[in-house]
Design a protein around this ligand. Structure first.
Ligand SMILES: Cc1cc2nc3c(=O)[nH]c(=O)nc-3n(C[C@H](O)[C@H](O)[C@H](O)COP(=O)(O)OP(=O)(O)OC[C@H]3O[C@@H](n4cnc5c(N)ncnc54)[C@H](O)[C@@H]3O)c2cc1C
Length: 494
């Protein structure tokens, strides 16, 4: 990396996290001069980052420290195999790859930004010890909450929190060879405890007797404290009869999940500062790596042609469809906040009964509003009454959003009817037994919501499992295929 120039750069990126660096690298690849300002030198990102392997761009897949094909959730006593490889990122490799991608056009300046203002065509950015840097465009990638473009969290920030350790175990605390994405079983807690503070285990077998085990609160306002979460983790391990020994490290996770779509302004934002954390999963890293080239392309064209680069970046990052989808996700998040904690397992049981492509889409950063709304309705239809009522209440509370979503779904149904005039709606056998209930709860809007709910059931025909496979498929064979695919991608066995 070249020494920091004293001259003006095309772009100044505030923040040296994965998002800021990903965008900086893509901008530099397009022959722009880019300065990253962060309070620290380039250093491997501290958090333990996981991502769905298929969501990582190809160049980042080789930065995986480990990839699991046995990925499961427990929403009840039996595991649900997700059949979707999951990766733990090697942060040192990811950092090196990003710096290499940026090449000569990227410089790193150690400093803490305190403010920025525009004079003429240039931005003047101030550091906390009197520095001033100039650039044609400023990007706020300073992390959750934003520095130059503070995030307004409606009703206050709703946080994901977690406490995890890497340790050695005499007895396996989770299935050897597996990644447990979510384990809501908690026989060691009473219902009142679970209801008040629902948490789940997220666990990775790291090889031999090493495991990463993390107690996680998906989303809460107010959120449980670090002490509560650490006590929960140790109580779980104690109850499992798997106390850790030789703990290597611990990690506290706390970040907001309910960022709205930002209002575009003259400063561009990116990463967590731009509200890109997924409101249901809390994921962001893979999304930022994928968004960076598109946003960088828009910014570089605008800078080259003398257009408004911030506006071009905002349009590329938050197109109208993504903004509408955020509203639906925030509605879902509101529903999850209202759900009694002991019902979260049931909610996710219904969620993972969606066809695989649909739950993948629900957790993906760029899924359109219609598909999200349809899947939300499918989950609603599959969920037991105790889950459906709070969901319906949340939908009514935010009726503007839910009706918009329902209308979108209704429009979708209408166009489907026009293109398939004689198609009989597919019905899920279990959903048929719920139809009276569903009808009662649904018939309260200014459109025929029952029809919309049935539309939501399209495709959920009962002939696929959570992993989207026919129940008769040979899972062992499928796993072997997945392993072979991964070996091919990672270069192993060549
Ligand atoms: C512990 C933890 C674990 C997580 N795990 C996952 C996961 O497994 N998968 C996933 O997808 N997401 C995960 N997330 C959520 C999210 O993806 C991360 O928070 C991610 O780090 C956000 O990336 P970012 O680059 O936007 O912000 P950050 O990583 O927060 O980086 C912000 C950068 O801005 C710098 N900065 C801040 N203020 C200033 C200033 N005034 N001047 C200059 N620089 C400044 C910081 O020093 C840092 O370099 C996790 C979050 C946490 C906290």
């Amino acid at each position: 990396m070249p020494a920091a120039p004293t001259t003006t750069t095309d772009v100044l990126v505030v923040g040296g996290g994965p998002s800021g660096l990903a965008l900086a690298a893509e901008l530099a690849r397009r022959d722009l001069s880019v300065r990253v300002v962060a309070p620290h030198p380039p250093q491997p990102f501290a958090p333990t980052y996981g991502a769905w392997f298929d969501e990582l761009p190809a160049w980042a897949q080789v930065c995986a420290a480990q990839v699991w094909t046995d990925v499961r959730v427990y929403t009840g006593s039996r595991p649900t195999p997700l059949m979707r490889p999951y990766a733990l990122l090697d942060n040192a490799r990811l950092l090196a790859a990003l710096l290499e991608r940026g090449g000569e056009g990227l410089c790193w300046t150690q400093g803490r930004v305190t403010g920025a203002h525009q004079r003429g065509a240039l931005w003047h950015v101030q550091g906390n010890v009197g520095e001033e840097w100039t650039a044609r465009l400023v990007v706020d990638a300073s992390g959750h909450g934003g520095l130059l473009l503070p995030t307004p969290f409606a009703g206050g920030a709703a946080l994901q929190t977690a406490y995890g350790i890497v340790a050695r175990f005499k007895q396996a605390p989770s299935p050897p060879g597996a990644m447990v994405w979510m384990d809501y079983r908690a026989p060691h807690l009473n219902t009142a405890e679970v209801r008040a503070e629902p948490t789940f285990l997220y666990a990775m077998h790291l090889g031999a007797d090493r495991y990463f085990v993390q107690e996680t609160s998906l989303i809460a306002r107010p959120a449980p404290s670090r002490d509560v979460m650490a006590a929960r983790l140790h109580a779980r391990l104690e109850a499992l009869g798997t106390p850790p020994h030789d703990a290597e490290s611990d990690e506290w996770v706390a970040f907001p999940m309910n960022a709205p779509a930002p209002v575009p302004g003259p400063v561009l934002a990116f990463g967590a500062a731009a509200g890109l954390v997924h409101p249901i999963s809390g994921f962001q890293v893979a999304g930022a790596l994928n968004d960076a080239p598109r946003v960088a392309a828009a910014v570089s064209v605008a800078l080259l042609t003398g257009q408004d680069a911030a506006a071009a970046g905002w349009d590329a990052l938050w197109p109208p469809e993504r903004r509408a989808a955020r509203e639906v996700h925030l509605l879902d998040l509101g529903a999850l906040l209202e759900l009694p904690g002991d019902r979260l397992g049931d909610f996710f049981a219904a969620f993972f009964r969606l066809p695989a492509a649909e739950w993948h889409a629900f957790l993906a950063p760029h899924t359109g509003v219609r598909r999200l709304a349809r899947n939300m309705l499918r989950v609603f239809v599959h969920a037991p009454g105790a889950v459906r009522l709070p969901l319906a209440r949340a939908a009514l509370k935010h009726s503007g959003v839910s009706l918009r979503a329902l209308r979108e779904a209704a429009r979708m149904k209408e166009s489907a009817r026009i293109s398939h005039p004689s198609a009989a709606p597919a019905r899920h056998p279990e959903a048929m037994t719920q139809s009276d209930d569903t009808r009662r709860e649904a018939n309260s809007g200014d459109i025929d919501q029952q029809e919309v709910i049935e539309e939501g059931m399209q495709g959920a025909t009962g002939n696929v499992d959570a992993d989207g496979l026919d129940p008769d498929v040979n899972r062992q064979k499928k796993l072997e295929e997945l392993r072979e695919n991964i070996a091919e991608i990672s270069g192993e066995g060549r």
